[in-house]
Design a protein around this ligand. Structure first.
Ligand code: NAP
Ligand code: G4F
Length: 338
């Protein structure tokens, strides 16, 4: 039986990856940040909260990391833990650098020292491309991060490559484009939209307030992306891979897809700060712009080229953006009714 450690096991990806590895017969340890109350909701929703062992863990605490790695011979370590919300990274830039950047080398160095045979996955991100000049983005595209989150993740990516090249570790970096699900945090734009519009469709006619509607993202389904993470660690040699759908969609269009799945009919009017969408059926404003959600620097457009992952890992995304929006909107509609 293979032994895997997942940091960030309480997060969206951690929950789906834990389910995948358990189904494959792994012995799974979930490294969980000590909060006033353990955040087990996602693992409970997937019905696996009792199936993995858990350990207290924080990426900013080196002693904790060293003890965990030294005392266990994990076959695979998936480093998914991070402060993952870009929007708040301007408010906590030093903490984000420590957790998302330096935290990666704490883990890698413990592996190098105590269990160099362990295979390592780093959760890198399309946010590293930032101000893009190349369409679509692939493993060779230069980085130009636009947020403290992205800057810290660039360090995490490069130190993963460096430990692979310096010490021969089987360390891979997955450069994943946005991936969502009904387990997505409600602060991220897709879930904010699906929760807000589901409530609206249930008769709570408060408009969903959003920032930049023109930004475009390459959105896939998180369940597909954790399969790609696992495949990276099954390769003979470690490498870096982009996972993406190759399709980019604006925030406005995503809201339209979610609305459509909920039986709402949005009519957009205005521009920039005065833009809004009225639901033709109720005549009420369902979406409006609130500049408070604009970011100090924006990533305007992301679209990925996952040809390498397709060719070498046999990985394909299975859920398109319209189906994804519908899946999330319907799940939120059902949850609102409970
Ligand atoms: P998420 O839902 O926000 O989960 C993040 C996890 O990290 C949570 O379990 C959180 O624990 C944990 N964490 C935060 N700070 C920590 C710390 N100091 N020490 C230990 N654990 C800590 O994020 P996700 O969407 O699953 O993303 C997983 C990873 O992939 C992240 O590294 C993210 O940056 C990266 N990524 C995500 C996407 C995407 O579109 N989802 C795309 C590219 C890369 P709590 O429950 O205690 O908060
Ligand atoms: O949903 P978001 O907050 O995701 P963002 O910033 O793309 O980051 C996510 O994907 C990254 C991969 O590229 C991950 F690395 C990262 O951890 C995270 O999972 O925002 C998406 C876009 C942005 O352009 C933002 O300005 O939506 C725009 N937006 C417009 N209104 C909004 C809102 N974003 C949020 N969160 N809330 C709004 O009201």
């Amino acid at each position: 039986m293979k032994r895997a450690l997942i940091t960030g096991a309480t997060g969206q990806d951690g929950a789906y990856l834990a389910r995948l590895l358990l189904a494959k017969g792994y012995d799974v340890t979930g490294a969980i940040r000590r909060n006033s109350q353990p955040e087990m909701v996602r693992l409970e929703k997937l019905g696996i909260a009792r199936e993995l062992r858990t350990v207290d863990f924080d990426l900013s605490e080196p002693n904790n990391i060293t003890r965990l790695i030294r005392g266990n011979a994990f076959d695979e370590v998936y480093n998914l833990a991070a402060q993952s919300f870009v929007g708040s990274s301007w408010e906590q830039p030093v903490y984000v650098a420590d957790v998302n950047g330096v935290g990666v080398v704490r883990l890698l160095d413990a592996i190098r020292t105590y269990t160099p045979q362990t295979r390592f996955y780093q959760a890198s991100t399309s946010e590293m491309f930032g101000l893009v000049r190349v369409l679509p983005q692939d493993e060779q595209t230069p980085f130009h991060p636009r947020s403290p989150y992205g800057v810290a993740k660039v360090y995490g990516h490069h130190i993963t490559v460096n430990y692979r090249e310096s010490f021969g570790l089987h360390a891979s970096s997955g450069i994943l484009f946005n991936h969502e699900s009904p387990l997505r945090g409600t602060e991220f734009v897709t879930r904010k939209i699906t929760v807000g519009l589901a409530r609206f469709a249930r008769g709570d006619h408060a408009a969903v307030e959003l920032g930049n509607l023109n930004a475009k993202r390459d959105w896939g389904f998180a369940g597909d992306y954790v399969e790609g993470m696992w495949r990276m660690l099954q390769q003979e040699s470690a490498d870096d891979y982009v996972l993406a759908t190759g399709v980019t969609t604006s925030i406005r269009e995503f809201a339209g897809f979610a609305a459509e799945a909920l039986g709402l009919d949005l009519e957009w009017s205005g521009a920039d700060e005065t833009e809004q969408a009225v639901d033709r059926r109720s005549g009420k404003v369902a979406v409006r712009v609130n500049p408070a959600f604009y970011r100090p620097a924006e990533v305007d457009l992301l679209v990925g080229n996952a040809a390498k992952a397709r060719a070498r890992l046999g990985w394909e995304p299975k859920v398109d953006v319209r189906a994804l929006a519908a899946m999330m909107a319907r799940a939120d509609y059902d949850e609102c009714g409970q």
